[in-house]
Design a protein around this ligand. Structure first.
Ligand code: FMN
Ligand SMILES: CCCCCCC(=O)C(=O)O
Length: 364
């Protein structure tokens, strides 16, 4: 592409040009038929607005708070692994960009840089994403390191008892990345059995016995607030509130786990209604436009998390690229708020959007 990208999607093309196929496929790919991957984006496109007019929108304020931490807009960086494939300095660069945009970065358990490197790279608010390993002491030690380095919350990813079947990675024979965080704790050598070493390593590492009772275990090893990531049903949302998590993240893991899971945006409202304000609900999956951010907020999310676009920005243009991705989404959100007649994120309501469900109900 000759010209500068004018929207977030155009960073994907640049990333594809910049990266070896194996690494681009790892970032871009989803599970199996990639039905959910496509739906995550398409489901947003089926939601339209109910804009209000003649409202003074000369001052727009997008600021919000997440678990008490003020950020410039309800757009934060999702946990994604292996940033070193996208940039030689990895997550340290992403963290600096998030800090420059005055937002939160969630550092992945599968990060290329160490917890300590990311902690010392910037003074932004950081959350730590945790996978629970069969060797529980490994997870406990990494979480203790994150807590001691000032990470403010733990994001427990609960949709990954086993790794999803990502066929591009299998075809490409993707190898497990070296993890400096795991040095001395866990070997990344794994028997690929003809599949990707990455998949084999993940399957050998992740604890499939993780269950609701383990929230008590997690609480026993940390004082940090717990965000539960991967909730897609009202039933699980209610259970999450019952076991005392501090926030819920509606997510299908960027469609990399269970194919034919619903598009995240299609179940957000169900979860929000089940939670009934007991805890904040965050959202991720398929957010590519400021209009998508607005739609998620209108359906009850407190903030959205951005996965692939951040990596594409990193791969295409380093720290500047990540900043541009976050700024573009912010700029588009600001315009969407103006054109819908909303001056603050609190002004965004359910009445500002019309979903597929609304349309079907109106026909009955
Ligand atoms: C390359 C890649 C790596 C990911 N790694 C993790 C991870 O380590 N932990 C996790 O909880 N989620 C992980 N995710 C899922 C993201 O946190 C997030 O749910 C998803 O990317 C959101 O969808 P989006 O990419 O459409 O924005 C990963 C996603 C991608 C694309
Ligand atoms: C134990 C390591 C698992 C890494 C999974 C990374 C991930 O969530 C993703 O690729 O998606």
């Amino acid at each position: 592409m000759d010209s500068e990208p004018v929207n977030v999607r155009e960073f994907q093309k640049l990333a594809k040009e910049a990266l070896p196929k194996m690494h681009y496929d790892f970032y871009a790919g989803g599970a199996e038929d990639e039905h959910t991957l496509k739906e995550n984006v398409k489901a947003f496109q089926r939601i339209t607005f109910r804009p209000r007019i003649l409202i003074d929108v000369s001052n727009i304020n997008m600021e919000t708070t997440i678990l008490g931490y003020k950020i410039s807009a309800p757009i934060i960086v999702a946990p994604t692994g292996c940033h070193i494939y996208a940039h030689p300095e990895g997550e340290v660069v992403t963290a600096r960009a998030a800090a420059a945009c005055n937002t939160i970065m969630v550092l992945s358990f599968a990060s290329s840089c160490t917890i300590e490197e990311v902690a010392s790279s910037c003074d932004a608010v950081r959350f730590y994403q945790l996978y629970v390993c069969k060797q529980r002491y490994v997870s406990a030690q990494l979480l203790a390191r994150a807590e001691s380095k000032g990470f403010k919350a733990v994001v427990l990813t609960a949709d990954t008892p086993k790794i999803g079947r990502r066929e591009a990675d299998i075809r490409n024979k993707l190898t497990a990345p070296q993890s400096k965080n795991l040095e001395g704790l866990l070997s990344v050598e794994a028997d690929s059995k003809g599949g990707s070493d990455f998949g084999a390593f993940a399957s050998e590492t992740l604890d499939p016995s993780l269950n609701w009772k383990d929230i008590a275990w997690l609480k026993s090893i940390t004082k940090l607030p717990i965000l539960l990531k991967g909730v897609l049903t009202a039933e699980d949302a209610q259970k999450a509130v019952e076991v005392g998590v501090d926030a819920i993240i509606v997510s299908n893991h960027g469609a990399r786990q269970l194919d034919y899971a619903p598009a995240s945006i299609s179940v957000l409202e169900e979860v929000v209604q089940a939670v009934a304000g007991a805890v904040p609900v965050l959202f991720d999956g398929g957010v590519r436009r400021g209009t998508d951010v607005f739609k998620a907020l209108a359906l009850g999310a407190q903030a959205v998390m951005i996965g692939r676009p951040v990596i594409y920005g990193l791969a295409a243009k380093g720290e500047f690229g990540v900043k541009r991705v976050l700024e573009m989404l912010k700029d588009e959100l600001e315009l969407t708020m103006s054109l819908n007649g909303c001056c603050t994120v609190k002004d965004i309501t359910r009445n500002h959007v019309r979903t597929e469900g609304d349309r079907l109900r109106s026909l009955m």
